[in-house]
Ligand binder design. Structure first.
Ligand SMILES: Cc1cc2nc3c(=O)[nH]c(=O)nc-3n(C[C@H](O)[C@H](O)[C@H](O)COP(=O)(O)O)c2cc1C
Length: 348
């Protein structure tokens, strides 16, 4: 076993073990069942997270939210995240979540989207520590499964309070906490300040999961080493590269991280899109394909060209043609580049 693996031992959250201690972050619109299954089947991920669910939506049995809650046994361990601003509604929603049968329930105290902040939920709650205590306490009382809380540094640089919020969550019975070390005001700008993850690790007894700017496998190894965190959660790095967990796991075992070939990427996107097209009605399928083309293309050469090629496409099937044409062009470009390199090496 390599030193890295010893440093990153399995993550224990209540009665749930995440091995490797790597988590797919909740991402609204992205970590749906198809994407979670893709990541789970590639391997290397300890826990996968569902897109966040509105506590009020769940309690009011709003169809928009309840249709997101399906998951497959194969996805386990799985976390379901809820957001809201009223402690009683959050507790009622947590009970509904538990009946759905996930392994972990997570509370969102980190979303900086204006729509969520206006409802005084997500990261807005960081500005009201007594309310955080009330929410965590009431939710905890209603759950038997492990409870985690996902936070940011605070509302803004003048109101950084992750240590206070972390202690409150621990006191009120959270089993682990995830920190994305940016303030709500920063949204996704600047760099995630990992030193604050290390601070929280020192301040708490419950496991701290680090999150933010892990885009490459070695970033995760560095986050474990620099912060002493018990787990690493990845969001954008996983949408660009769903192989990232398997790659991090390899690096933790002291092995090289294998890069997926373009043919593997092509197969993954194609199969994902065909699943969406077969199952969903056209308008929703178009929305999903556009969302995923946007995220997948970020890991590809000439991503702008690919995104341009889908503008004005009429129906879902056209997406498959556009993807096939893109990868055929990429294969030609790769073999041309290889031939040029060989010519140059002969000439040298
Ligand atoms: C498209 C998108 C959707 C997100 N949705 C959620 C969400 O539903 N709940 C949540 O706690 N965080 C959400 N986040 C934040 C991520 O979980 C994560 O904290 C953030 O992206 C930082 O991690 P990264 O640098 O690995 O991307 C979302 C992020 C993105 C990019």
């Amino acid at each position: 076993m390599s030193d890295n693996r010893t440093m990153a031992s399995p993550l224990i959250i209540g009665n749930v073990t995440a091995d490797p201690p790597l988590l797919l972050a909740p991402m609204a619109g992205v970590t749906d069942r198809d994407f979670r299954l893709i990541v789970r089947r590639i391997g290397g991920v300890g826990i996968v997270s569902m897109e966040f669910l509105s506590a009020r939506g769940l309690v009011e049995n709003d169809k928009r939210w309840s249709q997101l809650t399906h998951f497959a046994e194969e996805e386990r361990p799985l976390a379901i995240q809820i957001y809201g601003s009223d402690a009683k509604t959050m507790a009622d929603a947590a009970e509904i979540v538990q009946e759905l049968g996930p392994d972990v329930c997570d509370i969102n105290l980190g979303c900086p989207a204006n729509k969520i902040l206006r409802g005084c939920a997500g990261a807005a709650l960081l500005g009201d520590p007594p309310l955080v205590a009330d929410i965590v306490r009431q939710v905890r009382r209603r759950l038997t499964i492990p409870l985690t809380v996902k936070i940011r540094l605070g509302l803004d640089n003048q109101r950084v309070n992750h240590l206070e919020i972390g202690r409150i969550c621990q006191e009120e019975g959270a089993d682990a906490i995830t920190l994305h070390p940016r303030t709500a005001k920063e949204k996704f700008t600047g760099r995630a300040r990992w030193d604050h993850i290390g601070e929280l690790v020192s301040a708490l007894e419950i496991p701290v999961i680090g999150n933010g700017d892990v885009m490459k496998p070695d970033d995760a190894v560095r986050m474990f080493r620099e912060t002493g965190c018990a787990g690493v959660m990845v969001a954008r790095g996983a949408t660009r590269n769903p192989w990232i967990f398997a790659q991090i796991a390899a690096r933790l075992d002291g092995d090289a991280a294998r890069e997926p070939s373009m043919a593997e990427r092509h197969r993954l996107i194609r199969e994902h899109f065909l699943t969406v097209i077969e199952r969903e009605e056209e308008t929703y399928a178009m929305y999903k394909l556009k969302t995923f083309l946007g995220v997948y293309s970020q890991g590809l050469p000439d991503s702008l060209g690919l995104r341009r090629s889908i503008q004005g496409l009429e129906g879902p099937a056209d997406f498959i043609d556009a993807i096939d044409r893109y990868f055929a062009r990429a294969a030609v470009a790769t073999s041309r580049a290889a031939a040029d390199a060989e010519d140059q090496s002969h000439a040298a």
